[in-house]
Write a protein that binds this ligand. Sequence first.
Ligand code: CA
Length: 261
Amino acid sequence: MRIRVGAATDVGRVRKQNEDTFALAPEQGLLVVCDGMGGTAFGEVASRLAVTTIMGQLNGSQETTPPQAAEHDGGYLRQTGKLAEAVRSANKVIFEEAQNDEAKSEMGTTVVAAWVGGDIASVAHVGDSRAYLWRKEQFEPLTRDHSFVEEQVKAGVLDRAHSLQSEQQNILLRALGREPDVDVDVSEVPVQPGDYLLLCSDGLTRMVAEAVMSETIAKLRDPQAICRSLVDAANGNGGADNVTVVVAEIQPEGWRRWINV
Ligand code: CA
């Protein structure tokens, strides 16, 4: 599959700095969003380190074409294993940087990454940045937040509607850079032409309802227009946090050749 991508990031209406970072390599089918934390600008350092490490490690790999879906490794496709490994490398890089510099000791970052190869999207995440799949008006989360409130929802202590008002939304149970090793959640999602992948930071999901995200994709269809519209919506609803949205439209492999004829 090929992908057509869009991306937008904004500081929001309240924060002074944008600690979110994203990166795209559409020719490789690769998308990454990171939401840094740690105060006094070091959240941005952490999210940039994560993105740079992941993109560098996967760009440096020998594969010149998107990895194929046929090769399995430990129950997961090889591309999924490589994506998770790149995320673990990012964790190590940030952890070591935080250990070596007292000022950066509190820094960390979330990560959500998707790698489309063949007809499979490998998704990896740590923290509360999210991935969604939109297909024929259906909008499904591909990730579950590693957060205190998500655990409460899972345990039945809190319902999902009330979780959005919880004052404990900021408590993450997992992030990159806080421990020498990190558990990375991975999944593999079959994709087909016409699908959309959406990756975002919590500055979007706390400000804009999933129904609005889905409607925006259905209405606009252009990845860049979708991203801009959703960032505007987040800011229109208060923009309480940095907001980042990355969208990839899945297209058939032969699309470019066909359009050039
Ligand atoms: Ca955030």
